[in-house]
Write a protein that binds this ligand. Structure first.
Ligand code: PLP
Length: 301
């Protein structure tokens, strides 16, 4: 699935360290750690009716990522929220908006890797775009299994939600070459981890299965799905899932802030039914209700 250019985003105002700038005039220094080393962490947020869904859970995850990388001078939540507010106001945005909030280790006084040459605290960047869910969730998507693996924490802790997305990009290139929408990455023990940018859930005989987070990040949407299962008395299991189980699933869906809840209609060439009365459809409806519940969001506009 190739995202289309949205002319509504042609005149965006973006936020670079508190400076509000037209998108084509915004720049990030070549001394910034994001450019030098891909040393930055990020969150994808979504705005529903003037509220950012589960904003504090996102900010907590951002802070955890920054902490795992020993960032110094991470901007306070209050500052990030007020800059988010300024950015959305500058773009007159109220709904159907995706925000990429990035915090990097900041500026270096000379080119290099060593974090000791960073002495100015973190940088932050806020990019808000008009962007409805990126997949056509009524049609579903096609996936393949990637040859690339998500590592465990002894190689790179996936709970560092970092801007270094090269494994995901390699998997996406494979998906593109195969003419499908995305790819499932396994962990290095052959268990299902996630896709290039979403969590994955399998449905088998009325029970929902999802992998542990040993080789993928904790997810805000994933957490909502688990809460829905608890509230609705839907059986679920968080467990290691061998890749062979993809072929045995009754339903598969993927979740994330960018695309919400997306059914899978084909996995490795095998067709799956997308039925209106499916468990996936039921969960997607509960998820929609949750995103529109004012108690679930932080008023920002
Ligand atoms: C690698 C990866 N997996 C899964 C997700 C989905 O997480 P969330 O539901 O918090 O958007 C993301 C989103 O940022 C991601 O980058």
């Amino acid at each position: 699935m190739l995202q289309k250019r949205n002319p509504a985003n042609d005149r965006l105002i973006v936020n670079i360290n508190g400076a509000l700038l037209p998108r084509d005039e915004a720049g990030v220094s070549p001394f910034d750690s994001s450019v030098q080393n891909g040393d930055a962490v990020w969150e994808g947020l979504r705005l529903y009716d003037k509220r950012v869904f589960r904003l504090h859970a996102h900010l907590d995850r951002l802070r955890k990522s920054a902490h795992l990388l020993s960032y110094e001078g991470v901007p306070a939540d209050e500052l990030l929220i007020s800059e988010l507010r300024r950015t959305l106001a500058a773009n007159s945005m109220t709904d159907g908006v995706h925000v990429r909030l990035t915090v990097s280790r900041g500026l270096k006084y000379t080119s290099g890797l060593d974090p000791r040459i960073n002495q100015k605290g973190c940088s932050f960047f806020i990019l808000a775009e008009h962007k409805p869910p990126v997949f056509d969730n009524s049609k579903g998507i096609c996936l393949i299994t990637s040859s690339h693996c998500r590592p465990f924490a002894d190689v790179l802790d996936q709970n560092i939600h970092s801007c270094n997305q090269l494994t995901s990009i390699l998997a996406k290139l494979e998906a593109n070459a195969a003419g499908v929408d995305d790819a499932v990455l396994l962990d290095s023990k052959g268990m299902i981890a996630e896709t290039s940018s979403t969590h994955i859930f399998l449905v088998r005989q009325g029970c929902i299965l999802t992998p542990t987070t040993r080789a993928c990040p904790e997810g805000i949407t994933r957490q909502v799905i688990l809460e829905i299962c608890q509230q609705q008395n839907i059986d679920y299991k968080i467990c290691d899932i061998p890749s062979a189980e993809l072929a045995d699933a009754d339903e598969i869906f993927v979740t994330g802030t960018m695309g919400e809840i997306t059914p899978v209609r084909e996995i490795d060439g095998q067709t799956l039914n997308i039925l209106s009365g499916s468990l996936t459809a039921k969960i997607a409806q509960h998820f929609r209700d949750c995103t529109r519940n004012p108690a679930e969001g932080t008023a920002i506009v």
